[in-house]
Structures are given as C-alpha cells and as structure tokens.
Design a protein around this ligand. Sequence first.
Ligand code: ATP
Length: 284
Amino acid sequence: MISVNQLTKTYGQKVILDQVSFEIGAGEMVGLIGPNGVGKTTLLSIMMGLIKADSGTVAIARIDHRDVNMYRKVGFMQDNTVLYPHLTGYDHLAYVANAHGLQDEAIERISLRVGNHAYLHQKVEEYSLGMKQHLLFACAIIHQPDVLLLDEPFNGLDPTSLIRIRDLIIELSEQQGVTVFLSSHNLDEIDRMTKKIFFLNNGVIIHKQLQNYEEDQYLLTLDHAVVVDASQAGVEQINSKQLLVEAVLLEEVLKHLSGLGVHIQAIDRQTVGSEKLYREIYQI
Ligand SMILES: Nc1ncnc2c1ncn2[C@@H]1O[C@H](COP(=O)(O)OP(=O)(O)OP(=O)(O)O)[C@@H](O)[C@H]1O
C-alpha cells in the first residue's frame, strides 16, 4: 500500500535520508521512531509531496505521490502550525470536506467521532494544543482515506484524549483496514499500537518486529539466593533471588541453576519494548 524506493534527501552537507526504501502492506500499522531532528517529519512530508526529495520514488495505493489522485487515498496529520488561528475548526473541516466533494454531514459525523464537536465553532487561536490535535486528526480522516500518515498524533494530548485518539486509530486499522504509518516520541503508545517499528538513524531505516521472541528476556524467581558473575553477559542480577535472563540463554541458565540445586519459583517473560531497542540503537 505504501512503497518508498531509494529516497534520498540532503540539506547542504547533512544527509537526512540515505536511499531509504520500505514497503508497508495494506492494513498494516507501522511506527516511526527517532530522536529530535533525525528526519521523521522530512520523510513524511516527502511522502506527501510537501518537500521534494533529491532522488527516489514514493507510491501510495499504487499512485505516484506527485499525482493529485493520491490525496484522495491518504490522510495526513501534520504539525499544528498548518492551522489558521483566525478560522474555526468548522472552517478547516469545511475546507477539507469541500476539497473532497463531501457534504456538511461529513463534518458533523467526523467531529462527533473525534470529539471536537463542542468547540467546533471556536476560533483556532482559542484552542489548546490538544484541541488542535483533535482538529488535525479530524481533517486527516474526514474523507475516509485508505492510508493514514500521522506525524506525532499524541502531542499535547491528556490521557482521555490520548486514549480516544489511540482507540480511533486502532479501530480504523483493525475494522476498516486502514494502513497507518505514524511517528511518535511516545514509545509506550507505539508499543501498545503496533509491533512493527521503523527506527530512523543516520539517514537509514532499521526495521524491527517486536514479537521477535529471541529478543525477549525472562525474569527468574529462585527459591534461594545465588550470586551471578557480574561479567556474565545476558544475565542480570535483579536481587539475590531474581535474575533477568536473555531468551537465548534461558535453557543454559536453567540447567546451571538446576545443577546448583536451585529451584525456580516463577518464570515471567519480559517482552522487549521499543525503549530497549531505542537505547541500543541510539546508544543512550
Ligand atoms: N528547510 C530546511 N533547511 C535545512 N535543514 C532543515 C530544513 N528542514 C529540516 N531541516 C533539518 O533536517 C533535519 C530533520 O528535521 P525533521 O523535522 O525531519 O526531524 P524530526 O525527526 O521530525 O524531528 P522532531 O522529532 O524534532 O520533530 C533536522 O536536522 C533539521 O534541522
């Protein structure tokens, strides 16, 4: 559904994207993660045709991103600086609805769904950050796109709004088969929503699939205290009776403990989240 091929973008000497290629299948949800300034917005903006790449191609729903028909298929939620302070939420939605040939009912329907109905006729200059995010999200989905590109959708949302927007994105993905590509600094949210993550680092994309069981760890609770050699890689001593063991070493460690006469009281799997991968990739 999304096809990015050999995309390169430089600003002066700075390489932001270095021959980036990836495919996202219909109905898939993929998270885009990376520190400030790494190039997430640049990538999404190039995909939407807002910034010109130096080279490479993008196709969404098999339509080249320079073709006007692509905009019927895709919804884009970008930074709130694109909103006009002196216009109301309704004005923004009416503009987008009109561009897509939709009637007023579409505005009513989408604002009830997203939850910005109560302040729809207020000017954007009176909006909080969260209210702006709601409006941007409503503008992105009003025309029921097949593909959603979301740049920081959770920015400034309180827990209530965050849960609402998150549930809506999941609903669009799971029930309507919408393909979602979303950037976020909120690693917990990304983990909740998808197991498929792209980390952007030094101009390239590192693909990660979180249910890669061999990357998981196991928390072992023992019936009596042991002391682990501090230099033993892959085994971490949490306390005298608890060890954190990497999945690949589990069998070996269990055998070793059994040989010492230590019994296991509990084994709890600790799924690897994007934070662990983030720490490894960006070395923090
Ligand atoms: N018009 C421009 N001219 C020169 N450099 C630019 C321009 N636009 C962006 N950059 C640089 O490109 C890099 C990527 O910016 P981008 O906004 O894509 O990062 P980001 O990953 O979205 O960051 P954030 O998480 O802070 O939103 C940054 O180093 C930025 O300074």
